[in-house]
Design a protein around this ligand. Structure first.
Ligand SMILES: [Zn+2]
Length: 147
Protein backbone atom coordinates (compact mmCIF):
# COMPACT_ATOMS: atom_id res chain seq x y z
CA UNK A 1 0.00 0.00 0.00
CA UNK A 2 1.54 3.30 -1.03
CA UNK A 3 0.72 6.80 0.20
CA UNK A 4 -1.75 7.24 -2.66
CA UNK A 5 -3.74 4.26 -1.44
CA UNK A 6 -3.71 5.58 2.12
CA UNK A 7 -4.88 8.98 0.90
CA UNK A 8 -7.76 7.44 -1.03
CA UNK A 9 -8.74 5.29 1.94
CA UNK A 10 -8.71 8.32 4.25
CA UNK A 11 -10.81 10.22 1.74
CA UNK A 12 -13.31 7.37 1.47
CA UNK A 13 -13.47 7.24 5.29
CA UNK A 14 -14.15 10.99 5.33
CA UNK A 15 -16.93 10.58 2.75
CA UNK A 16 -18.63 7.97 4.89
CA UNK A 17 -18.11 10.06 8.03
CA UNK A 18 -19.85 12.97 6.32
CA UNK A 19 -22.62 10.65 5.20
CA UNK A 20 -22.99 9.37 8.77
CA UNK A 21 -23.16 12.91 10.15
CA UNK A 22 -25.87 13.73 7.64
CA UNK A 23 -27.82 10.76 8.85
CA UNK A 24 -27.23 11.75 12.46
CA UNK A 25 -29.67 14.66 12.55
CA UNK A 26 -31.03 13.64 15.93
CA UNK A 27 -29.07 14.00 19.14
CA UNK A 28 -30.02 10.60 20.48
CA UNK A 29 -28.81 7.74 18.31
CA UNK A 30 -31.13 5.18 19.83
CA UNK A 31 -34.12 7.42 19.27
CA UNK A 32 -33.10 7.78 15.66
CA UNK A 33 -32.78 4.05 15.21
CA UNK A 34 -36.18 3.51 16.76
CA UNK A 35 -37.74 6.24 14.66
CA UNK A 36 -36.22 5.32 11.33
CA UNK A 37 -35.83 1.66 10.42
CA UNK A 38 -34.60 2.40 6.93
CA UNK A 39 -31.19 1.09 5.94
CA UNK A 40 -29.81 4.50 5.10
CA UNK A 41 -31.37 7.92 5.30
CA UNK A 42 -30.74 9.85 2.12
CA UNK A 43 -29.08 13.18 3.02
CA UNK A 44 -29.80 16.45 1.22
CA UNK A 45 -26.12 17.31 0.90
CA UNK A 46 -22.85 15.44 0.92
CA UNK A 47 -19.27 16.65 1.08
CA UNK A 48 -17.30 14.69 -1.48
CA UNK A 49 -13.69 15.68 -1.85
CA UNK A 50 -13.57 19.46 -1.58
CA UNK A 51 -17.08 19.85 -2.96
CA UNK A 52 -20.60 19.92 -1.67
CA UNK A 53 -22.99 17.76 -3.67
CA UNK A 54 -26.70 18.37 -3.45
CA UNK A 55 -28.71 15.16 -3.31
CA UNK A 56 -32.12 15.31 -4.93
CA UNK A 57 -34.31 12.48 -3.66
CA UNK A 58 -36.80 11.49 -4.80
CA UNK A 59 -35.97 12.69 -8.29
CA UNK A 60 -38.22 12.06 -11.26
CA UNK A 61 -36.16 11.40 -14.38
CA UNK A 62 -37.84 13.02 -17.34
CA UNK A 63 -34.70 13.31 -19.48
CA UNK A 64 -34.11 9.56 -19.66
CA UNK A 65 -36.14 6.56 -18.66
CA UNK A 66 -33.30 4.03 -18.54
CA UNK A 67 -31.84 5.20 -15.22
CA UNK A 68 -32.89 5.80 -11.68
CA UNK A 69 -29.80 7.55 -10.32
CA UNK A 70 -26.97 9.68 -11.63
CA UNK A 71 -24.19 11.99 -10.55
CA UNK A 72 -24.01 15.32 -12.35
CA UNK A 73 -20.39 16.14 -11.70
CA UNK A 74 -20.47 19.48 -13.48
CA UNK A 75 -23.26 20.82 -11.27
CA UNK A 76 -22.39 18.66 -8.21
CA UNK A 77 -25.83 17.10 -7.94
CA UNK A 78 -26.77 13.49 -7.28
CA UNK A 79 -30.24 12.47 -8.44
CA UNK A 80 -31.92 9.37 -7.06
CA UNK A 81 -35.38 8.17 -8.03
CA UNK A 82 -37.58 6.00 -5.87
CA UNK A 83 -39.02 4.36 -8.99
CA UNK A 84 -37.25 2.27 -11.61
CA UNK A 85 -37.49 2.95 -15.33
CA UNK A 86 -40.55 0.70 -15.54
CA UNK A 87 -42.47 2.71 -12.94
CA UNK A 88 -41.96 0.18 -10.13
CA UNK A 89 -41.36 1.44 -6.58
CA UNK A 90 -37.78 0.64 -5.58
CA UNK A 91 -36.78 -1.06 -2.33
CA UNK A 92 -35.07 1.17 0.21
CA UNK A 93 -32.01 -1.08 0.14
CA UNK A 94 -31.71 -0.49 -3.63
CA UNK A 95 -32.02 3.26 -3.12
CA UNK A 96 -29.24 3.09 -0.53
CA UNK A 97 -27.01 1.16 -2.92
CA UNK A 98 -27.73 3.80 -5.57
CA UNK A 99 -26.50 6.53 -3.21
CA UNK A 100 -23.24 4.65 -2.61
CA UNK A 101 -22.95 3.98 -6.36
CA UNK A 102 -23.26 7.67 -7.21
CA UNK A 103 -20.85 8.68 -4.43
CA UNK A 104 -18.29 6.29 -5.92
CA UNK A 105 -18.87 7.83 -9.37
CA UNK A 106 -18.29 11.29 -7.91
CA UNK A 107 -15.08 10.18 -6.16
CA UNK A 108 -13.93 8.47 -9.35
CA UNK A 109 -14.54 11.64 -11.33
CA UNK A 110 -13.05 14.04 -8.79
CA UNK A 111 -9.88 12.01 -8.31
CA UNK A 112 -9.42 11.57 -12.04
CA UNK A 113 -8.82 7.88 -11.55
CA UNK A 114 -11.63 6.86 -13.88
CA UNK A 115 -11.62 3.31 -12.54
CA UNK A 116 -15.30 2.95 -13.36
CA UNK A 117 -15.15 3.97 -17.00
CA UNK A 118 -15.06 1.60 -19.93
CA UNK A 119 -17.10 -1.47 -20.77
CA UNK A 120 -16.87 -3.08 -17.31
CA UNK A 121 -16.97 0.14 -15.31
CA UNK A 122 -20.59 -0.15 -14.28
CA UNK A 123 -20.12 -3.78 -13.24
CA UNK A 124 -17.14 -2.84 -11.05
CA UNK A 125 -18.89 0.09 -9.39
CA UNK A 126 -22.05 -1.93 -8.79
CA UNK A 127 -20.04 -4.71 -7.16
CA UNK A 128 -18.37 -2.20 -4.84
CA UNK A 129 -21.65 -0.44 -4.06
CA UNK A 130 -23.42 -3.67 -3.15
CA UNK A 131 -20.44 -4.88 -1.12
CA UNK A 132 -20.05 -1.62 0.80
CA UNK A 133 -23.75 -1.43 1.50
CA UNK A 134 -23.82 -4.94 2.96
CA UNK A 135 -20.76 -4.36 5.16
CA UNK A 136 -21.94 -0.94 6.39
CA UNK A 137 -25.48 -2.15 7.10
CA UNK A 138 -24.76 -5.55 8.61
CA UNK A 139 -22.03 -4.16 10.88
CA UNK A 140 -23.98 -1.00 11.69
CA UNK A 141 -20.93 1.07 10.76
CA UNK A 142 -21.62 4.76 11.17
CA UNK A 143 -18.15 6.22 11.89
CA UNK A 144 -19.44 8.49 14.63
CA UNK A 145 -19.88 8.39 18.39
CA UNK A 146 -22.84 6.05 18.13
CA UNK A 147 -21.85 2.50 17.98
ZN1 LIG B 1 -23.13 4.08 -12.61
Amino acid sequence: MNTGHIGRLLWAKKVFENMSRSVDGLADCEAMEAKDKRDMKIPNKLKIGGHEYRVVFPYVFTERFDRYADSDDARKIIHISDFDGGGNKRAESGISVSLLHEILHAIDHLTGHEQFFGPDGEKRIEALSEGLFQVLRDNKLRFDQCG
